[in-house]
Structures are given as structure tokens and as C-alpha cells.
Ligand binder design. Structure first.
Ligand SMILES: C[S@@+](CC[C@H](N)C(=O)[O-])C[C@H]1O[C@@H](n2cnc3c(N)ncnc32)[C@H](O)[C@@H]1O
Length: 269
């Protein structure tokens, strides 16, 4: 039986992004050097990153597939710019968000399972390629992209030699390049935006630290006033805190710079 917990979790995390953090987009963004670490500046960085992607979409492209379209903000912008856009994501929560924003087709599936009715002139994969197994990524691109079409792909990658939890997310950069070439995709442009994306991790680390302090203060009061209730609360949240602790290295900007590269590519077929 299909679990209903994943959609509930996704919808909760979308609400957390939009209603708690005030974010409409889900990517790392491109920060300017010296920007103060605030959520307002993160929003500006995400907008700048979106501009960076849009500039890379050929003006003469008509049909564009936004693969892993998140909340549909980029798709809505491309629709307004006159492109024929379709969105794709396996997340029902994102489908709801896309449909509310875009009068355009949406495909509720994984990219590796998608069979397009017609090829697209341009595929945009913004922080979604990492979720598609590497051996299925470029076969999927060839299924969806017209001859002469453009793939705009931006994501973080793992450097060879990366270890531990850092090695577990993002494709190996050398293997990714090899697979692209083996499938006949030519790099037209590439940018290393690791440094410009890293402040998002610094912000997340700072936010996690503050949240911990807030939690400590809240439970401290509870511990003094209602020790039994406090023990129950701590018992409930300890598992979540342990998971957060295990994942903390993922948002460590120093470990990220050592083990990862955030790359933006334009490929031609
Ligand atoms: C970090 S979000 C990026 C969202 C958006 N593209 C952006 O840049 O803000 C990752 C996206 O990839 C999608 N995704 C996850 N697994 C996928 C898969 N197998 N095929 C296609 N999209 C997938 C998620 O649902 C989500 O929309």
C-alpha cells in the first residue's frame, strides 16, 4: 500500500518554506560577495539564480520542460515570457502549488519514468538531476529533448574522494561529465557557482543553531515547571534531533567546499 506519510511530509516542508521562512523557491541561490546572511538576502539570491537560468534558455526555444519544478515559480515566469512550459515532479504537494500558479500541463512522475508525447526544445533541471540515478538521467534527457535542443542543468556534485555523508548526495562530477559526453551532449557553457551558493549553508547552520537555543530555552522552562511533561516532549523530539544531528554535516559550508561543486551547465544535443 502506498504510504500517505510522504505527501504529508512534503506538504509540511513546503508550508515550512513558504509560511515560516517566507521562501517561494527551493534552491540555494547565487549570493553576492559580502551579502549579510538573512532570509531576505536568500530570497534575492534565489531570484538572481533564477535570472541566471532564464538567461541560458535559448530565445527561439518554444517547448520547455521544467524538470523537478518545485513550487512552479520558474515555470510561471517562463510562461509569462511566452514559452510553452510543462512542469514535472513526483510530488503531489508541488503539483498543487504548480497548478495554483501555472495554467500549463503538469506531469506527476519521476523524470526517469516520463515518456513525452512530443520532444521539448529545452529541458531545465534546477537542483533536480541529483535525484535521478545517473544511469537513467541522460537516457531520459535523450527521450525528452529534440535534436538540436538545449539542456540547462544546475546542481551540486560530489568531487572524487568525497567521504561520509557528503558523498551521499549529488552525482560524482567526473562520472556525470562522462555520461553526458557518452550520450552525445556537448557542453556549451559551464560555471562553478560553489562560492556563490555556499552562504545558504552558512545561513542554514546559523538558523539550526538558533533553533537549538530556542528549543533549549523553551524546554528549560518546561523542565522546571512540568518535569514529567518535559520528559515526554524530549522523548518525542529526541529522534528528530538525532536525525538533524546526523544531517548537520550536509549544511556545513566548510565540508561542502571541500567535497562538492555547485555547477551550472548548458548542454547542446
Ligand atoms: C531542491 S528542489 C528544486 C526545485 C526547483 N527546481 C528549484 O530550483 O527551486 C528538487 C526538485 O526535484 C524534484 N524531484 C525529486 N526527485 C525527482 C525525480 N526522480 N524526477 C524529477 N524530479 C524529481 C523534487 O520534487 C523537487 O521539485
Amino acid at each position: 500500500m502506498a504510504s500517505t506519510r510522504a505527501p504529508v511530509r512534503e506538504s509540511r516542508s513546503l508550508r515550512f518554506y513558504s509560511e515560516v521562512l517566507g521562501l517561494e523557491r527551493m534552491n540555494y541561490g547565487i549570493w553576492n560577495p559580502g551579502d549579510e546572511l538573512t532570509f531576505e538576502n536568500l530570497k534575492r539570491a534565489q531570484q538572481r539564480y533564477e535570472d541566471h537560468l532564464v538567461e541560458r534558455i535559448p530565445h527561439d526555444a518554444r517547448r520547455v520542460l521544467d524538470v523537478g519544478c518545485g513550487t512552479g515559480v520558474l515555470s510561471a515566469r517562463l510562461l509569462a515570457a511566452g514559452f510553452d512550459v510543462e512542469g514535472l515532479s513526483p510530488s503531489p504537494a508541488q503539483q498543487a502549488s504548480f497548478v495554483a500558479r501555472c495554467d500549463a500541463p503538469f506531469h506527476l512522475c519521476r523524470f526517469q519514468d516520463f515518456e513525452p508525447a512530443q520532444p521539448f526544445d529545452c529541458l531545465v533541471m534546477s537542483e533536480s538531476a541529483q535525484y535521478v540515478p545517473l544511469d537513467q538521467l541522460f537516457p531520459g534527457v535523450l527521450r525528452c529533448l529534440a535534436e538540436g535542443g538545449t539542456l540547462v542543468l544546475s546542481d551540486f556534485f560530489t568531487l572524487s574522494g568525497a567521504a561520509g555523508i557528503q558523498a551521499r548526495s549529488g552525482h560524482d562530477l567526473d562520472a556525470f561529465r562522462g555520461q553526458a559526453e557518452a550520450h552525445g551532449l556537448r557542453v556549451v557553457a559551464e560555471h562553478d557557482i560553489t562560492e556563490a551558493a555556499a552562504p545558504t549553508m552558512e545561513l542554514a547552520t546559523d538558523y539550526a543553531r538558533r533553533a537549538e537555543i530556542a528549543l533549549d530555552l523553551a524546554t528549560d522552562r518546561l523542565r522546571h515547571r512540568r518535569p514529567v511533561t518535559a520528559r515526554v516532549v524530549m522523548w518525542i523530539i529526541t529522534k528528530s534531533l538525532a536525525k538533524l544531528d546526523r544531517q548537520r554535516p550536509l549544511i556545513d559550508p566548510v565540508a561542502f567546499r571541500e567535497n562538492k561543486r555547485y555547477m551550472s551547465f548548458v548542454f547542446a544535443r
